[in-house]
Design a protein around this ligand. Structure first.
Ligand code: SF4
Length: 225
């Protein structure tokens, strides 16, 4: 899909807050946020609330999150009064019946497509712009992410306010503002996904090295261009 004409201001030079204000002004009700309840979600939910912006929140619940992740979601909902858009996804039992047991072990790309990518495609359909929490330092695959970029794949503008933040800055923002966050980050999980595909990292490993740790896969596919 060709990118619709849009006179992009110098979004790269903006702060995270300024880019959110610009996107809200530009896209209004056609702007949404996705949350996976990692620390970037905590920062963005808080920042959007502090700025007084009404942005719908899409949750991609694979039904395979850690208990701590669901508890974090509950604490953020309670504190910020979030109402979630939750695209339907096959239950894990349905997936076992259709695809065979433990698809994540045999074909994680297909499992991610069924449980994340396809539900996200449906959820983004009504929107023109999508706020996500990805950061350049998370992995090589994210190193050239822009603060605002057109997504050919989803036909939306991606707004990535935290793209130039490092992990220390994220942690500091959370602690200074006393924001609920996923406690797994404190016990060796810099990046948190589904239980079967996430392990803690060891010293000097990449932030995302614990995702699909025994394979070459490092992205679920939702941020592929
Ligand atoms: S992260 Fe693992 S369990 Fe979750 S959707 Fe992807 S392959 Fe499936």
């Amino acid at each position: 899909m060709a990118s619709p004409s849009l006179q992009l201001p110098d979004v790269e030079a903006m702060t995270a807050e300024e880019s959110l204000l610009w996107a809200y002004d530009e896209f209004g009700a056609d702007l949404c946020l996705t949350c996976s309840w990692q620390k970037q979600s905590s920062v963005l939910v808080h920042m959007i609330s502090e700025l007084g912006l009404e942005v719908p929140v899409i949750e991609l619940d694979t039904q395979l999150f850690f208990r701590e992740t669901y508890e974090t979601r509950g604490r953020l909902i309670e504190r910020y009064g979030l109402e979630l858009i939750r695209p339907e996804v096959l239950t894990v039992a349905e997936q076992h019946r259709q695809e065979g047991p433990n698809l994540w072990e045999r074909d994680p790309d297909r499992c991610c497509h069924i449980r994340k990518v396809e539900p996200l495609e449906r959820a983004l359909e009504p929107f023109a712009a999508w706020i996500s929490g990805i950061r350049r330092e998370q992995s090589l695959t994210r190193a050239d992410a822009q603060r605002a970029e057109w997504s050919e794949r989803y036909g939306v503008w991606k707004i990535q306010p935290l793209v130039d933040w490092n992990a220390k800055r994220v942690d500091a923002y959370i602690h200074v503002n006393e924001i609920p966050y996923n406690p797994l980050h404190d016990v060796g999980y810099p990046s948190i996904g589904c239980m079967p595909c996430t392990r803690p990292v060891v010293k000097d490993e990449d932030e995302r090295a614990g995702r699909w740790g025994d394979s070459d896969k490092i992205e679920c596919g939702i941020h592929s261009r």
